[in-house]
Design a protein around this ligand. Structure first.
Ligand SMILES: *Cc1c(COP(=O)(O)O)cnc(C)c1O
Length: 374
C-alpha cells in the first residue's frame, strides 16, 4: 500500500509516552522478571520497529509478535533480541525461524516431531526455540491436558538437538475484568498442568498487560506487555491502572476544503444529511480506507478546540464535518488526541464504534504515515 507522504494526514506517535508506559511497568516488576513488549500488528498501529526501539530503552528485553513475518521485520531492522511468535507457525517456516533465532509457540507434539525432522533434513545447526502454549480457558490454541502436554515434552526431549525448550505459557481471557472468578479457574488449571513440567524452562509466563497490572503476583518470570505500553487501559476503564497511562497515538489532518452550503442541500453518499439552514461544511481528507470507520457517522473531530460533528456517510477517502463558523482550508483537524482543553481518545472512538480501542489503533492503515515525536 502506498504511504501518503504527500498528504497532510498522519499518525503521530509520542515516544516519551511509550517510554513512560513501558518503564513504569518495568519498574514495578519483581527482580528477574523480564518484560517482552508486544509489537504485533505493526505495534498496535504505532509502528513496530520504532516501538521496539523505545521499549528496549525503557527496559524491555524481548518482543512478542503474532506472525513470523513480524519477527523478521524486527530482525531486518537490526534488532537481535529474543522474539516470540504468539500464534502458530507453518512447518515450512521452521528453518527460517531457527536460523533467525525466533521462538515459536507450539501446541502439537506432532508438529514438534516434524519440525525437528525438517531441521535435521536441511542440516540446520541452530535449534528451534519453542514455547509450549497451554489452553487453560482462552479456548484458542495450546494443550488442554497433562496427557497432551507430556507428549510434547517427550517429543522435545527426543529431539533436544533440534528443539530448545525455552518457555511455557498460557493466556487469560478475563484478566481485565473486576470479577476474578474465571481468572482464578484458569490459574488453577495452569498450576495443575505445570505439575508435569520438570524441570521448568527458562521462561514461564502468563501475563498480558491486564494480568501484570492487576494480578501481578501471577507474573512468573516474563510478561507479554502490549496495550498498556501504548497507553491504552485494557479494561476500558473498568479497573484503574497502578500508574497513569499516557496515550501515545495522535491522529491529525487538516481541512482540505470549506464551503458555505445553502438550506436544502445534501451531503455525501445516499444524501443522508440535508442542511436546514446556511451551514459551513468542511471536508476532511481521511476515510474508512485510512481506518476512520464508516460507522463513525455522527461522531466528531476537534477543530480549533471545538467538537465538530461528522455529517453524511463517511467515504473511503474523505468525510464532511459541520463547522461552527467559516474556517480556512488547511486548518488543523484532530481525529485522535487533544486540542485545547478537549480530547478525543481511542477509547471514545471505540465506544462510538461499538468496539475496543485495540481494534481502532491497529486499524489505521499504512496510507497514513507514522511520524515520531520526542
Ligand atoms: C496480544 C497478546 C498479548 C498482549 O495483550 P495486551 O492486552 O495488549 O497486553 C499477550 N499475550 C498474547 C498471547 C497475546 O496474543
Amino acid at each position: 500500500m502506498a504511504v501518503g507522504v504527500h498528504r497532510n494526514a498522519q499518525v503521530i506517535v509520542n515516544r516519551a509516552a511509550l517510554y513512560h508506559n513501558i518503564h513504569s511497568e518495568y519498574e514495578r516488576l519483581d527482580h528477574g522478571t523480564r518484560l517482552f513488549m508486544v509489537v504485533k500488528a505493526n505495534g498496535y498501529g504505532h509502528g513496530a520497529v520504532e516501538v521496539a526501539k523505545v521499549a528496549k530503552k525503557a527496559g524491555a528485553s524481548g518482543f512478542c509478535v503474532a506472525i513470523l513475518d513480524e519477527a523478521l521485520e524486527l530482525r531486518k531492522a537490526g534488532l537481535q533480541d529474543p522474539i516470540l511468535v504468539l500464534g502458530l507457525t507453518d512447518l515450512n517456516a521452521v528453518p527460517v525461524a531457527a536460523k533467525e533465532h525466533v521462538s515459536l509457540t507450539v501446541s502439537s507434539a506432532k508438529w514438534l516431531q516434524k519440525a525437528a525432522q525438517l531441521l535435521r533434513k536441511q542440516s540446520i545447526k541452530d535449534p528451534l526455540r519453542v514455547h509450549i502454549g497451554l489452553d487453560t480457558g482462552m479456548g484458542r490454541i495450546g494443550f488442554q491436558t497433562q496427557t497432551g502436554l507430556k507428549q510434547a515434552l517427550k517429543a522435545i526431549k527426543q529431539d533436544h538437538n533440534q528443539l530448545d525448550f525455552e518457555g511455557i505459557f498460557t493466556h487469560f481471557a478475563t484478566a481485565d475484568s473486576p470479577d476474578d472468578k474465571y481468572f482464578k479457574l484458569q490459574v488453577n488449571r495452569f498450576n495443575k498442568l505445570m505439575e508435569v513440567v520438570k524441570p521448568r524452562p527458562k521462561f514461564v509466563h502468563v501475563s498480558n498487560s491486564a494480568t501484570s497490572l492487576w494480578h501481578q503476583k501471577c507474573n512468573g518470570n516474563m510478561i507479554r506487555y502490549g496495550a498498556a505500553g501504548y497507553g491504552l487501559n485494557p479494561s476500558a476503564g473498568a479497573l484503574k491502572p497502578p500508574f497513569k497511562l499516557e496515550p501515545a497515538m495522535t491522529v491529525t489532518t487538516e481541512l482540505s476544503y470549506v464551503k458555505l452550503v445553502k438550506p436544502g442541500r445534501s451531503i455525501g453518499y445516499g444524501a443522508t444529511y440535508t442542511t436546514g439552514d446556511d451551514q459551513w461544511i468542511g471536508t476532511v481528507p481521511i476515510g474508512y480506507a485510512d481506518g476512520f470507520h464508516r460507522n463513525l457517522k455522527g461522531f466528531h473531530v476537534l477543530i480549533d478546540g471545538q467538537f465538530c460533528p461528522v455529517i453524511g456517510q463517511v467515504c473511503m477517502d474523505q468525510f464532511m464535518v459541520r463547522l461552527p463558523h467559516q474556517m480556512e482550508p488547511g486548518t488543523k483537524v484532530t481525529i485522535i488526541g487533544k486540542d485545547g482543553d478537549k480530547e478525543i481518545s481511542l477509547q471514545d472512538m471505540a465506544d462510538y464504534s461499538h468496539t475496543i480501542h485495540y481494534e481502532i489503533a491497529c486499524g489505521f492503515t499504512e496510507r497514513l504515515p507514522r511520524k515520531y515525536i520526542n
